[in-house]
Design a protein around this ligand. Structure first.
Ligand code: DX5
Ligand code: ZN
Length: 215
């Protein structure tokens, strides 16, 4: 059964409390929170005031996906804001190993996200140090984009790398995950499905989450 991590980027921010209640009552496993800085990605989302409020509403795991440069400047504040998993981008971190050590020292799980153009093989030498790979199946910055088909090959290659290494690192797939492709993504080897628009724009979000869990 996949871990389902709804992305609140697609939520109705005027009704954020109700959206959090809905997720808490649903079968969703994690809350996925997308932080964008307008520098690493061409968009700005939300920051600490929103995350602090959201994490207070839930006992579920809060999975914070940083699409920002210089994440080391803010790691401690994300911990204080309630992050359980902190994911930084491979492409944004020239001293990635140091970023990972910082996240672990703050007693969060460490994730590394890779953009569509970044090969999974580049993660080989940090696999032992991390808890999660966030494999971007769209170019980061916006919700509601189409899944890039080549991502399936990347998931399969990463699955093999992780299994061959006897590692427990989780594969999270983020971007363009819909009911129609979720099964194929899981069969390729994904552990975690991030889903924004598919859940929040559906007529019955809880049923959509249940359908993803049942894949
Ligand atoms: C994109 C974000 C994703 C996004 C997913 O940069 O990292 O988490 O919100 O949204 P959908 O499911 O709509 O592609
Ligand atoms: Zn994300």
């Amino acid at each position: 059964m996949p871990i389902v991590a709804p992305s609140l980027l697609a939520a109705n921010f005027l009704k954020l409390g109700e959206e959090c209640t809905m997720l808490n009552e649903s079968e969703a496993d994690w809350f996925h929170l997308d932080v964008m800085d307008g520098r690493f990605v061409p968009n700005i989302s939300f920051g600490f005031p929103v995350i602090e409020q959201v994490t207070r509403t839930t006992k579920k795991i809060c999975d914070v996906h940083l699409m920002i440069v210089e994440p080391e400047k803010f790691a401690e504040r994300f911990k204080k804001a309630g992050a359980n998993i902190l994911t930084v981008h491979f492409e944004a971190c020239p001293n990635l190993h140091r970023n990972i050590q910082q996240i672990k020292a703050l007693e969060m799980q460490a994730g590394v996200a890779i953009n569509p153009h970044t090969s999974v093989e580049l993660l080989k030498d940090i696999l032992d140090d991390i808890d999660l790979v966030c494999l971007m199946s769209v170019n980061p910055g916006y919700g509601g984009q189409d899944f890039i088909p080549h991502s399936i090959q990347k998931i399969k290659r990463l699955r093999k790398m992780i299994d061959d290494a006897g590692s427990k690192v989780k594969i999270e797939v983020d971007g363009g995950v819909i009911l129609e492709n979720a099964k194929q993504i899981i069969e390729a080897g994904a552990d975690v499905l991030v889903t924004g628009s598919t859940i929040f724009k559906s007529n019955d979000p809880k049923a959509t989450i249940a359908a993803l869990k049942a894949m």
